[in-house]
Design a protein around this ligand. Structure first.
Ligand SMILES: Cc1cc2nc3c(=O)[nH]c(=O)nc-3n(C[C@H](O)[C@H](O)[C@H](O)COP(=O)(O)OP(=O)(O)OC[C@H]3O[C@@H](n4cnc5c(N)ncnc54)[C@H](O)[C@@H]3O)c2cc1C
Ligand code: FES
Length: 266
């Protein structure tokens, strides 16, 4: 993987396009000369307020794609950016999904909520890899929260792409229920490779179900979200057991973090 020359250096990118995904989630297309890999993240800046780690949802040509949910000062400020304005950021940081593990085999992607931003790019990349069977399960809490609706048709064209909503909605005639309900019904090979990102309880429940189906825990990879400050492995805010989520992750082989991830206080 390429090395950042100055990991603190701020970059600037013009906001070329903004898509409103939901009431408080926006996707930004930022002009960039950056190189990055699926799974990595940038620290996005809001001057005078701070910065927040945000996954790189995709790279489309010269555009860097970030999807941001406004939950606090930094993300609220970013979500107010308009086309033509400048976004400041540093990165990219973190590791990447090990897609080669699924070469000529089965790849299952499980995304919950905004976790879809962290799996979107590798799912797009999987289209051009030699993967025999590509399955993606996406769980959303309700109809309003669905992300990237404009991509579903394309995703269906090259994969088994399933969506399930936790709550029914008159506008939705698809599947309703938990991600795990759907997962239970899908037949998988024992050597299926799994990539997942979503709320911790979803990840835990999926892993336990996958193990019951005979999937090897060392073939399961999870992208984690933890509070971060420096993103460089110095402040210790993001630690999970002996690992720094910011620099050893955010993607971990599940067998390596299980002990810490499944503790009650984590
Ligand atoms: C590797 C990584 C990738 C991420 N990718 C994205 C992304 O693509 N899009 C996106 O919108 N967000 C993403 N996040 C989460 C985002 O970084 C946080 O929501 C961010 O801290 C919000 O900053 P803020 O200053 O706006 O809010 P803050 O003031 O920091 O927080 C507002 C509220 O959210 C809570 N909170 C903040 N961060 C977290 C967290 N990590 N886990 C649980 N609760 C938290 C706080 O306790 C508070 O209640 C990612 C986080 C990580 C670690
Ligand atoms: S965010 Fe500072 S050590 Fe990871």
């Amino acid at each position: 993987m390429f090395k950042l020359e100055n990991p603190y250096a701020l970059r600037r990118g013009r906001v070329a396009k903004v898509i409103k995904e939901t009431e408080n989630i926006y996707t930004f297309y930022i002009e960039t000369e950056e190189q990055a890999r699926p799974g990595q993240y940038n620290m996005l800046y809001a001057f005078g307020m701070g910065e927040a780690p945000i996954t790189i949802a995709s790279m489309e040509g010269e555009y860097l794609v970030h999807t941001v949910r406004a939950v606090g000062d930094v993300t609220r400020h970013i979500d107010e950016l308009k086309e033509g304005e400048i976004l400041y950021y540093r990165g990219p940081y973190g590791n990447t999904w090990d897609i080669e593990r699924a070469h000529k085999g089965e790849l299952l992607i499980i995304s919950g909520g905004l976790g879809l931003a962290a799996t979107r790019w590798v799912f797009e990349q999987a289209k051009t890899h030699h993967i025999k069977r590509l399955i993606h399960i996406y769980g959303s809490k309700d109809y309003h929260s669905l992300l990237y609706r404009y991509l579903y048709e394309h995703w269906h064209s090259y994969s088994e792409f399933y969506i399930t909503l936790e709550r029914p909605d008159p506008r939705w005639n698809g599947r309703v229920g938990l991600v795990t309900d759907l997962l239970r019904e899908i037949e998988l090979k024992e050597d299926t490779v799994v990539f997942t990102c979503g709320p911790d309880p979803m990840v835990k429940a999926c892993v336990s179900l996958l193990e019951n189906k005979g999937i090897k825990v060392y073939n399961i990879y999870a992208s984690l979200e933890r509070h971060m400050k420096c993103s460089l492995g110095t402040c210790g805010h993001c630690m999970i057991g002996p690992y720094f989520v910011c620099k050893d992750g955010p993607i971990f082989r599940y067998d390596l973090i299980r002990e810490y991830f499944e503790r009650k206080e984590v």
